[in-house]
Design a protein around this ligand. Structure first.
Ligand code: ZN
Length: 187
């Protein structure tokens, strides 16, 4: 039986030894890896999908003690309307609109259906939310002209954007300079 006053020490073979060439190599590999991660982390929009960003943000806000309206919306994005309503029971706030978009499907308002100037389409993806009816992540689409909200599959012009983003991510993850990657994706 060990004495309670006895202190645990790192076993000999795991102790730091700067003179050991194996350790020097470990440090070199570890530092190179950390540098790579840091570079990735500093370009969050380039190396993460928009869902990664949205979910990460929602999880952080949901567990924070911030503005109850924002915390409630974060819980709604994650599908926890029960927690959202506890925090903010007003039916007119953000999370309630997400709820309506999911549970009361409507036709698109009609804006942007005809031909548009390139890059001027009013339909955009507002956010991605957990759809409690289908048990999957769904896009909340919004009209920049009238504010209409709808849950549904991405329209063609947004699919194209997503493909560009994914290609950019692939190139940058593969080690390409972001400026070169952007030029290639848009080229
Ligand atoms: Zn509209």
């Amino acid at each position: 039986m060990s004495d309670a006053s006895e202190l645990w020490t790192i076993p000999e073979k795991w102790r730091w030894d700067e003179t050991n060439p194996d350790f020097a190599e470990l440090v070199r590999v570890s530092e190179a890896q950390q540098k790579k991660w840091a570079e990735k982390f500093n370009q969050p929009f380039a190396t993460k999908t928009s869902r990664d960003i949205e979910m990460g943000r929602a999880v952080i806000i949901a567990h924070s003690h911030g503005n109850p309206v924002e915390v409630a919306e974060a819980w709604a994005i994650l599908g926890r309307y029960d927690l959202a309503v506890e925090l903010d029971p007003r039916p007119a706030t953000g999370y309630a609109e997400i709820w309506r978009a999911i549970t009361e499907p409507t036709e698109w308002c009609g804006h942007g259906v005809g031909p548009r100037i390139k890059g001027q389409h009013p339909q955009y993806r507002e956010k991605e939310v957990w759809n409690v009816l289908t048990g999957s992540w769904s896009n909340v689409l919004r009209c920049s002209e009238c504010g209409h909200r709808q849950v549904g599959p991405l329209p063609k012009h947004l699919v194209k954007q997503e493909e560009k983003r994914a290609e950019f991510k692939r190139l940058v993850d593969g080690g390409m300079n972001p400026h070169t990657a952007l030029a290639q994706v848009n080229g």
